[in-house]
Design a protein around this ligand. Structure first.
Ligand code: PBG
Length: 326
């Protein structure tokens, strides 16, 4: 008789044969910095996650580095918004301020990444600029992303997280970074691109919208992927790799493990997955009600994301999980 149970006999045996291991270095912590904030304020729908002030952001980055995680992904929450999202490429815009603070606090101990998208900065809440009929204008938006990329690279971001889902965005940003005459004439050839390649139009971003105080008019279905489509996730990441993406990402994570497994099989660049705000909120809410074992559920969810093929996991639990791994 074949007895698979034999290798499950003791904790030590189970640990020895475990196929998937979590490492603090694989984890990236998303962080929000809010313009004008005088104290960190918890986001109601994301217990344990806050809007940072400049000072508390620096502190959070130092704690993340102490915990040994791989990086932070920064989001900005501005006080004013307009049609073109002009705060996004303003060197004094809140996200660019946050990048400079994070880079200094990190002191090379972890990787500083920045979200590159217009939705936090536009008054209509879309990830791009609108055309005369109110649709998102793909190619006009690319010009905005190029300006935003230069501003973020100048602020010191090492990895730009392109999350807008415009066609051609990776190629446009790569070309702009390389052709820039900023940075003493050399441009930014070393600034890396993490492409949110397979980003689905998901209900699981709900708490994030509260976090960035976005008032979205309509929805994102003309640019984010249809949750029904599996092949399209692979197609998008193939295109992004050809356009020069250094890392590709699938998002959300838990409801898209099939897409993640597909991308991980064919990708020749590292693959990331984003465990998004709604995934976080679901587990926190169930745990707060005593309906689920919080720590076990968090660990299982992230092991599953790695098992499906993620090299890198963006999760709001990054620092706490790193503490458990130790
Ligand atoms: C777009 C962006 C979003 C998230 C990350 N980047 C929101 C969206 O596309 O609506 C969601 C992250 C999360 O839900 O945790 N800038």
């Amino acid at each position: 008789m074949t007895r698979p149970r034999r290798l499950r006999t003791t904790p030590a045996l189970r640990a020895l044969v475990s196929e998937t291991r979590l490492h603090a270095r694989d984890l990236v912590l998303p962080l929000f910095i809010k313009e004008g904030a005088t104290e960190p304020v918890e986001i109601t729908s994301m217990p344990g996650v806050v809007h940072h002030t400049e000072a508390s952001l620096a502190q959070a980055v130092r704690e993340a580095a102490d915990a040994g995680i791989g990086g932070v992904m920064l989001f900005g929450v501005p006080t004013t918004r307009d049609a073109t999202g002009s705060g996004a490429d303003d060197p004094d815009g809140i996200l660019n301020v946050g990048i400079r603070i994070a880079v200094e606090a990190a002191a090379g101990r972890l990787v500083v990444m920045a979200d590159l998208c217009l939705d936090e900065f536009t008054d209509h809440g879309h990830c791009g600029v609108l055309d005369a009929r109110g649709g998102v204008d793909n190619d006009a938006t690319l010009l905005r992303y190029e300006a935003m990329a230069i501003a973020q690279a100048e602020a010191g971001a090492e990895v730009l997280g392109l999350s807008g889902m415009m066609d051609g965005q990776v190629f446009a940003v790569r070309s702009a970074l390389d052709a820039s005459t900023a940075n003493g004439g050399t441009g930014f050839p070393d600034t890396a691109i993490l492409a949110y390649s397979a980003k689905y139009a998901s209900a699981f971003y709900g708490p994030f919208r509260e976090a960035v105080e976005s008032t979205l008019e309509g929805d994102r279905r003309t640019y984010q992927l249809d949750p029904a489509n599996r092949r399209e996730g692979s197609r998008e990441s193939d295109i992004d790799m050809l356009e020069g993406a250094d890392i590709v990402m699938v998002k959300p994570a838990m409801s898209y493990l099939d897409v993640l497994a597909d991308v991980a099989q064919t990708s020749n660049v590292p693959v990331a997955a984003y465990q998004v705000s709604g995934e976080y909120a679901m587990i926190e809410a169930a745990a707060a009600n005593g309906w689920i074992n919080r720590r076990a559920a968090i660990e299982e969810s992230i092991v599953s994301i790695k098992r499906a093929g993620a090299d890198i996991v963006l999760t709001y639990w990054a620092v706490e999980l790193a503490g458990w791994i130790k």
